[in-house]
Design a protein around this ligand. Structure first.
Ligand code: UDX
Length: 435
């Protein structure tokens, strides 16, 4: 497993759990040491127990030396493809250097390199051409990964589908290796889609673009609901009974964040422009804009609710992770809003059950408190921006008793408005009338 970040670490543990002998490789010594000692360096329910169990089994190890995996039958590429600093395109430098190191360590005859990272269409063909030139005895397949943070183990052991992007002509060798790797899921009836490289690459970005579009669609409806005096949560519920639409990813609120959806829709547009198909995915620019507008709307509403100027006002932000059950703060809407209010002069205290260490390291200018009630002490306004179960269970009366002003914006539409209003709060939501 090349790369032991979110995807690679989970995959290494799960593959070992399935009975394979797995070496997790990473250039980051601290990560390798931590995983080797049985400590998952990020928050993922259920992963650490499984890591320890498999380390003990002897099937799983971690290393910084690619030579330790030179005799592997399958090499999974699980490195990150973040957004480039200088453009919306994907940064493929980790992928290219993973290939450099694999090739330097040597691949045994018949070995299969299996790309899992999310990449622009055309990347697999480029890497395959490189392999053909430098290690013609090895093959390449593209096998996109759809796991969600917070459900990574479940999604890896029981995926809802498998996609194999295969070379045009290798006599079925690559497919046979992948079928062995995924035999358990395939026997359990997991749907399999066999495709060419470009289709396999596109499935992943198309899936994430669709999910992002669905969220921005309902958030656009929330904007209209706000001016029409309608309720977007009721609207979404009514839409959800149409099985062609379905109810998932119709949660209106402060929008999507994380290490995948935002960067994937941007990289997709950049790649489509390169392929002269920019117009085909131009709508993704609007999806992105709607999403970012929701963050701005929370800042605007909070400013309005504290009297038009946040300078010196105290703001409590419930949430730092981009979504609950994660400590991932990449492109987190909650922290974006917190930082904007801080920049405008507010005194902002952020509460999160898991993401405070990451947030504190990255944004030391903000204040943090693990206790929601303490975070809300003397607050002029409370913002609920990541829907952790812990925040739903907070006692609104207790929080009201410590705030300066019991005003809350529910940026995820998951708190119970009746309960908060009964406790004396002025409850505002996104896309819902303020009754
Ligand atoms: C996503 C894809 O779901 C996954 O298949 C892919 O492999 C990686 O990207 P992830 O980033 O873990 O997974 O998060 P996801 O659960 O999809 O949520 C993404 C964002 O959308 C979060 O910020 C979440 O809060 C937001 N969201 C989700 C909404 O705003 N409304 C919704 O209804 C659903």
């Amino acid at each position: 497993m090349v790369g032991t970040g979110y995807l690679g670490a989970t995959h290494a543990v799960c593959m070992s759990e399935l009975g394979f002998t797995v070496v997790g490789l990473d250039v980051d010594e601290a990560k390798v040491a931590s995983l080797g000692a049985g400590v998952v360096p990020f928050f993922e329910p259920g992963l650490e127990e499984l890591l320890r169990k498999n380390l003990e089994s002897g099937r799983l190890s971690f290393s910084t030396s690619f030579a330790d995996a030179a005799d592997a039958d399958a090499h999974f590429l699980c490195v990150g493809t973040p957004q480039r600093a200088d453009s919306p395109a994907a940064d493929l430098s980790y992928l290219d250097s993973a290939m450099d190191q694999l090739l330097a360590a040597g691949l045994k005859p018949g070995a299969l390199v299996i790309g899992k990272s999310t990449v622009p269409a055309g990347t697999a063909a480029r890497l395959a051409a490189r392999l053909a030139a430098e290690a013609p005895h090895a093959g390449l397949a593209w096998n996109p990964e759809f796991l969600r943070e917070g459900f990574a183990v479940e999604d890896t052991l029981r995926p809802d589908r498998l996609v194999f992007g295969l070379p045009a002509a290798d006599g079925g060798v690559a497919e046979a290796v992948l079928r062995t790797v995924y035999s358990q899921a395939l026997e359990a009836g997991t749907p399999l889609v066999v495709a060419d490289y470009a289709t396999a690459e596109l499935v992943k970005v198309a899936a994430n673009s669709f999910l992002a579009t669905k969220i921005s669609f309902i958030n656009a409806m929330a904007e209209v609901c706000e001016v029409a005096g309608a309720d977007v949560t009721t609207l979404a519920k009514a839409l959800s009974y149409d099985t062609r639409i379905g109810g998932r990813f119709l949660g209106a609120g402060v929008g999507f964040g994380g290490g995948c959806l935002p960067k994937d829709i941007r990289a997709f547009q950049a790649r489509a422009r390169e392929l002269d198909a920019g117009h085909s995915v131009a709508f993704l620019a609007e999806v992105d804009a709607i999403n970012l507008r929701r963050r701005a709307r929370v800042v605007e509403l909070a400013t309005e609710l504290v009297g038009g100027d946040v300078r010196g006002k105290r703001v409590a932000v419930f949430g730092a992770a981009f979504k609950p059950n994660s400590d991932d703060i990449r492109d987190s809407p909650a922290l974006d809003v917190a930082r904007a209010l801080h920049a405008a002069g507010a005194i902002v205290t952020v509460c999160d059950p898991a993401a405070i260490p990451n947030a504190e390291r990255r944004y030391p200018e903000l204040r943090y408190d693990l206790n929601a009630v303490e975070a809300a002490r003397d607050a002029d306004v409370v913002l609920h921006l990541t829907e952790w179960a812990e925040f739903r269970e907070v006692d609104p009366e207790l929080v009201a008793s410590v705030t300066r002003n019991p005003v809350i914006i529910d940026g995820r539409n998951t708190l119970d408005p009746v309960r908060w209003r009964q406790a004396g709060w002025t409850y505002h939501a996104l896309g819902r009338p303020n009754v």
